[in-house]
Design a protein around this ligand. Structure first.
Ligand SMILES: NC(=O)c1ccc[n+]([C@@H]2O[C@H](COP(=O)([O-])OP(=O)(O)OC[C@H]3O[C@@H](n4cnc5c(N)ncnc54)[C@H](OP(=O)(O)O)[C@@H]3O)[C@@H](O)[C@H]2O)c1
Length: 321
């Protein structure tokens, strides 16, 4: 089975441990189903796995990839929900201490086929392409939960997104704009900020720029490089939701701002199957489609990883099978 696998890990040169090659097919675990992958999408998570974060070395080689859309053996066109919870877990699966994402314990989606628990499938809207469906996975689900479940943002509020044109940032802008929020973004590069505005952000700012007014909520995935700005951008009682720390997690906490202005700092990780179903319905209702940066055939998946690692991708990097 052709797949993109992590075979080694290197913090400095993550792509040195990537192999795109044929390998033995696996067996479908009991209660799981096979999905023949038509399209998969990359996430920063795949780079972390190659760097040695989140994926134990003893599990190598591991098929990478969390997101996919494809066809089941009985002919259903589906999106794959990447969060795998313990069999006996009930309730919000992101709170299950035993949960994993596809490609952390079980083989991932950057392959000709992937096995997932039967409950982890969501019907693909008939009018959507597989490319569109696969791109609405991890980044969009994470953005949906950050905005609506964690920040509980309501129409008319102002939300600052740190990072302009990455996977999570672009999803936040699209979802927030469609829900009537005033979406502001910051970015490192004026062209990427312009891109975010073209995608629907109400206003763009340079990284660290002083804002014209305080915001109700900040969506953080950048980490150390933007954390100080995030804390200072909030109105008293405002909320930061943090889902990642691309530039490092060791930012000064600035506790004096946190307590004096009664800020709420909330972590957020992926989302539940129910949130995934609601997000797909919301995207269908509002005809939201993810920004796709580039599309690469599976045998050329290395080029897809190079694009993601370059930091230049605008929206999702997609692999077709
Ligand atoms: N907890 C979860 O469930 C979850 C889910 C998804 C993602 N994440 C995490 O969230 C982060 C983003 O994921 P992604 O898939 O969106 O990655 P991505 O597509 O590679 O995008 C990276 C983003 O980070 C910004 N950025 C990078 N370096 C920066 C710097 N030095 N200063 C300012 N901005 C910088 C970029 O902003 P510009 O556009 O301005 O360049 C871009 O928006 C990753 O760390 C990922 O692991 C977590």
């Amino acid at each position: 089975m052709l797949a993109a696998r992590a075979v080694r890990q290197s913090a400095e040169e993550p792509l040195s441990g990537l192999e795109v090659a044929d390998g033995p097919p696996g067996a479908v675990p009991e209660g799981w189903v096979r999905v023949r992958v038509r399209t998969a999408a990359l996430n920063h998570h795949d780079l972390w796995s190659l760097r040695g974060a989140g994926l134990p070395a003893k599990l190598l080689p591991m098929v990478l990839g969390c997101d996919a859309a494809g066809v089941t053996d009985d002919g259903r066109e589906v999106l794959v929900h990447a969060v795998v919870s313990s069999d006996d877990w009930r309730g919000d699966e992101t709170l299950d201490p035993g949960r994993t994402l596809l490609s952390e314990l079980h083989p991932g989606t950057l392959a000709e086929e992937v096995f997932v628990p039967a409950r982890n499938l969501v019907a693909k809207p008939a009018s959507w392409t597989f490319e569109r469906a696969a791109s609405l996975g991890t980044a969009w689900l994470t953005a949906y939960r950050m905005l609506f479940t964690q920040a509980q943002a309501t129409p008319g509020q102002t939300v600052l997104v740190q990072g302009a044109a990455g996977g999570v940032s672009s999803a936040l802008v699209a979802l927030g704009s469609a829900a009537g929020l005033r979406m502001w973004v910051t970015g490192r590069d004026p062209e990427r900020v312009e891109q975010a505005v073209a995608w629907g952000a109400d206003r763009g700012f340079a990284a660290g720029e002083r804002l014209p007014e305080k915001v109700d909520a900040v969506m953080e995935s950048v980490g150390k490089a933007t954390w100080q700005h995030s804390v200072r951008a909030l109105r008293p009682g405002g909320t930061i939701v943090v889902c990642g720390a691309t530039t490092g997690g060791d930012a000064p906490a600035q506790l004096e701002h946190v307590f004096f202005r009664q800020l709420r700092v909330l972590g957020s990780t992926m989302g539940t199957l129910e949130e995934f179903q609601r997000m797909v319905r919301f995207c269908e209702l509002r005809d939201l489609a993810p920004a796709v940066d580039s599309v690469h055939p599976l045998p050329e998946a290395r080029a897809a990883f190079e694009r993601l690692e370059s930091g230049q991708a605008r929206g999702k990097v997609v692999v077709t099978v």
